[in-house]
Design a protein. Structure first.
Length: 120
């Protein structure tokens, strides 16, 4: 059944015109840019081209503030929210390489000692 059959052609045309005017007078709200909006880690990954693992590493390393979304169905998994600007800023602030050389033999000896203690 068409609106004309129910309301009559004159009333249907008047309703269409009122709806058209209402739609024209509504302000168009532009969506907030992704960079200023809290997004999930996968959405930030898509927006920046940085892998999800890298962003999670930045979060766990304390280089991006931690914000949690609502409860995740899996209680062992948390849903993080980040700002895209913060991800990009954290990537720009990469730590400077260490000036002193690494003594790999000493490092290996420490790891062997830790493994020995763990076996005991």
């Amino acid at each position: 059944m068409t609106p004309e059959a129910v309301l009559g052609p004159a009333i249907a045309a008047a309703v269409r015109e009122l709806v058209r005017q209402e739609m024209d007078t509504r302000p168009v709200v532009a969506p907030e840019p992704t960079a200023r909006r809290m997004v999930t880690v996968p959405a930030a990954s898509r927006a920046t081209g940085v892998s999800v693992e890298t962003i999670r590493g930045l979060i766990h390393g304390g280089r991006i503030p931690v914000r949690l979304a609502g409860a995740h169905p899996n209680p062992k998994r948390r849903t993080f929210l980040v700002l895209v600007d913060e991800v990009l800023a954290a990537l720009d602030q990469r730590p400077a390489p260490s000036a002193e050389p690494v003594d790999f033999q000493e490092k290996a000896a420490r790891l062997r000692a830790r493994a020995e203690r763990a076996r005991e």
